[in-house]
Design a binder for this molecule. Structure first.
Ligand SMILES: Nc1ncnc2c1ncn2[C@@H]1O[C@H](COP(=O)(O)OP(=O)(O)OP(=O)(O)O)[C@@H](O)[C@H]1O
Ligand SMILES: [Mg+2]
Length: 363
């Protein structure tokens, strides 16, 4: 008897040493005989979960008799069954093993709960990223194909006319070539974006820095897009810009600002768009704000990843690359970009960059 007690406390000492929660449960009654330190440290109950707190792998809530401790105490061996647990700190996933020791009377089930929450999350993120990439491939091929089709039509029409030896004046020819050029420009932007993404992914986003006045760049981008904004029903206004000389890659920064402004036009629902720059302690902030559809809070981080688009307001001609490129350009300059919601709807994107670009992560 003496030996039995000390053997039992030695076993419990070993179980306490394990990081995996373990319960020892009496057969039939389901009475918990012991819970190791890891199980006791949990802020929720493994043996008597709250109603609907335990879900199966697919997310279906399980009735009490199908929860792991009850199953194990009925003598059912559990061999790595996944259970999801709703806890006060969010959902967690456990892989459960159990074994019944019939050498005792009544028999005792030992049940272990391996926490696989982090792996499950990593797996879900990976699957989402793969899904986003697959969608991207189909959207990208559609996007590349449509300007080519349009271009082909324009050129074929011109060729037919030339065969009929219809003479064109220079002005007529120029007018007929305009749609072809538009499609070529569109193709150019698409291919450039694809190239930039592969460069950024391989950390080859080299900067070609020069000194220039910030206002000249901001004004140029605003002027270039004011007509496109007007056609979308939006008024694009440059509200404020300090006089400051920056040491940045001008073309890259133009591209970053362009991506933010074109998004504001695309998702701005025809509302006013404002661009504003400020300078605090050697850091320039550039804000692009719209009053459009906005971005749900849970998508605030995700939309900066390549191929990711928010769930609402999609159009086919969107690849989900623009913001990723903005983030990488900011990063290459030692800066950041973030999205803040706006009271009354809409979005405000803020780029923060040191006046003197510091290269980060691209050495
Ligand atoms: N100003 C905005 N208002 C609301 N949603 C936005 C805004 N800017 C971006 N988004 C959301 O973020 C997603 C990602 O934007 P991003 O610019 O990376 O890609 P895109 O606009 O979809 O395609 P593209 O590669 O042509 O830029 C968009 O699909 C959109 O859902
Ligand atoms: Mg975009």
């Amino acid at each position: 008897m003496e030996t039995g007690v000390s053997e039992q406390s030695a076993q419990e000492g070993i179980l306490d040493f394990l990081a995996v929660p373990v319960l020892r449960v009496e057969e039939e009654t389901g009475r918990v005989l012991s819970a190791n330190a890891a199980a006791r440290a949990l802020p929720f109950s493994l043996e008597a979960p709250a109603p609907d707190a335990v879900l199966d792998e697919t997310g279906t809530p399980l009735p009490a008799e199908l929860c792991p401790v009850r199953r194990a105490s009925r003598g059912e061996p559990l061999e790595g069954v996944l259970f999801r647990w709703k806890t006060p700190e969010g959902e967690r996933s456990f892989v459960v093993h159990s074994r019944l020791d019939r050498s005792r009377s009544p028999a005792v089930a030992t049940v272990s709960f391996q926490d696989v929450t982090q792996w499950r999350r990593a797996e879900e993120d990976l699957l989402r990223a793969l899904g986003a990439r697959d969608t991207f491939l189909s959207v990208a091929s559609h996007e590349l194909k449509s300007p080519i089709t349009a271009l082909q039509l324009v050129l074929e029409r011109l060729q037919r006319a030339a065969r009929r030896e219809v003479g064109f004046s220079g002005a007529q020819l120029a007018e007929r070539l305009e749609p072809a050029l538009r499609q070529v420009r569109r193709l150019g932007v698409l291919v450039q974006n694809l190239l930039d993404v592969s460069r950024a992914r391989n950390n080859h986003f080299d900067l070609d820095r020069e000194r220039f006045e910030l206002g000249s760049l901001v004004r140029e981008v605003c002027e270039r897009f004011s007509e496109q904004a007007r056609q979308a029903g939006s008024q694009l206004t440059l509200e404020d810009c300090p006089q400051v000389e920056v040491h940045w890659d001008r073309l890259r920064m133009e591209q970053a600002l362009t991506n933010l402004v074109t998004n504001a036009i695309k998702y701005g629902a025809g509302g006013p768009i404002s661009v504003r720059a400020g300078l605090h302690g050697g850091v320039v902030s550039l804000h692009v704000a719209d009053r459009g559809i906005g971005v749900a809070r849970e998508d605030h981080e995700r939309i900066f990843n390549p191929f990711e688009r928010a769930s609402s307001g999609h159009r086919v001609e969107s690849l989900g690359l623009g913001l990723y490129i903005v983030r990488e350009i900011a990063r290459a300059h030692g800066g950041t970009v973030e999205l803040t919601g706006r009271d009354g709807g809409g979005s405000c994107f803020t780029l923060r960059l040191p006046m003197e670009a510091v290269e980060e992560g691209y050495e």
